[in-house]
Design a binder for this molecule. Structure first.
Ligand code: GRF
Length: 194
């Protein structure tokens, strides 16, 4: 399957996914069609280009959401992706975008999406001193972190004594779990929640 990986920042999940495509659980199952960003200068996009992946960007700043998303859909379609894999893509997708890739847009959220949506999920876990949080991989619908859950993985936060430590533990789980979940999805091993 051809993956379009979308990001807006440092791209640690993109790096983990592309590594798994080259030499891990996604090898032979997935290929990287394009790495796309709505912010042309972010580190994640530069890292993808240095690894030799096709990259594309359209600057979202100052653009109206529907018009911007129409441009993004057209750009992504040039790369014929089977799945749109959001990896720190800091945009709410418009209905046009969702419809263009219906049922084929995947996101990772660093909390249980039934309990926490939107930004600052690790801050939320830290401030509430949760003993455990959950990483959620889900299909994207028109809401913010509301789509059907594909899989969740626990993060043990007992003894974590700072926000950076919470993030470190969470990201370590994210990096393994996103690729594992995509592999199971591509092998049609996942039952999708309704
Ligand atoms: C991750 O925590 C991801 O779960 C969230 O945004 C962050 C992106 O980090 N959606 P990175 O750019 O992949 O390092």
């Amino acid at each position: 399957a051809r993956l379009a990986i979308l990001l807006s920042g440092r791209g640690s999940n993109m790096l983990a996914l592309t590594r798994e495509v080259r030499e891990g659980v996604l090898q032979g199952l997935a290929e990287v069609a394009v790495v796309f960003s709505n912010i042309p200068e972010v580190a994640g996009l530069q890292a993808a280009a240095e690894l030799g992946y096709p990259t594309a960007s359209i600057d979202s700043r100052g653009r109206k959401r529907a018009e911007f998303d129409a441009d993004v859909v057209a750009k992504l379609q040039e790369f014929r992706p089977d799945y749109i894999v959001l990896a720190g893509y800091m945009r709410i997708l418009s209905p046009t975008f969702i419809r263009a890739f219906a049922g084929r847009i995947i996101n990772i959220h660093p909390a249980d999406t039934h309990q926490h949506q939107g930004l600052h999920a690790y801050d939320w876990a830290w401030e509430n001193r949760l003993p455990e949080t959950k990483i959620t991989v889900h299909l994207v619908d028109e809401g913010l972190d509301t789509g059907p859950v594909l899989a969740q993985a626990p993060v043990d936060l007992r003894g974590a004594d700072s926000l950076p430590e919470v993030e470190r533990r969470g990201l370590a789980v994210e990096h393994r779990f996103y690729a594992d979940t995509l592999a199971r999805l591509l092998r049609k091993e996942l039952k999708i929640e309704n």
